[in-house]
Design a protein around this ligand. Sequence first.
Ligand SMILES: Nc1ncnc2c1ncn2[C@@H]1O[C@H](COP(=O)(O)OP(=O)(O)OP(=O)(O)O)[C@@H](O)[C@H]1O
Length: 262
Amino acid sequence: MTPLLEVRGLTIRFGGLVAVNDVNLALSANEVLCIIGPNGAGKSTLFNMISGVYRPSAGEVLLEGQDITGWPAHKITAAGIARTFQSSRLFNDLSLIDNVVIGMHCRTRSGVFDALLRPGKARAELEAAAGKAGDLLQAISPELYARRHSLAGSLPQADRRRLEIARALASDPKVIMLDEPSSGMDDRDTDALMEDVRRTMAERPSLSYLIIEHDMRLVSSLPDRVAVIDYGSKIADGDFADVRLLPRVQEAYLGQKASQNA
Ligand SMILES: Nc1ncnc2c1ncn2[C@@H]1O[C@H](COP(=O)(O)OP(=O)(O)OP(=O)(O)O)[C@@H](O)[C@H]1O
């Protein structure tokens, strides 16, 4: 069966540095794959190539068998891959709900000309989008929904990350990529985040996840599978319980962190 998302031989060089080297990955529909590895291993760079931020030096990215390598980011989002970033990209001066509406941009039809020439149609579409954004926020995070008219800039860091996930989901993706969603969160915030993710999984059973994560509690509780990246190369791929025991993985990463979290 064709994987939902497939990465073949993905490589990128920055001058003399090979930041990602010949990485292969396959993600099925409804699968959760966590990407782990030490700082600077190449995880975010891998995400940047899949989502069209960087053009790979070599290799291919296939979505449902279609070659999307090097496509511009907006086209990749429209094709069904959404993502969050490590650093927040919210619109601070807009409400939570408006941030989610912006995430729907690639699924709405009205443009500037409609707004000028057919304002009624554009307004109706915007109102429908706002209604849909409210439903989405309520389904994923009732807490954020309760604050839907607040400005995004007023949210604490943990809620900002959760809102970014809701915004990414607004594009109605087939695959969502989360880049260190629990970064900077304490245990309580991480629990709330995990609740949102679980609710999303129940809400959208066919959605697949690629998650870069350092928090071993989250890694061990959520994913079906874990891939380990070290110095730009994939060094392991399999069940977390098996992968964490591999000597090369312990040496590269888990040795320092898993022993603290085991
Ligand atoms: N645009 C760029 N130009 C030059 N080097 C880059 C660029 N982007 C990333 N790198 C380098 O590629 C390597 C991999 O970085 P990357 O951010 O992907 O690591 P990471 O595994 O996501 O790390 P972290 O867990 O700290 O986020 C690093 O050495 C980084 O400095």
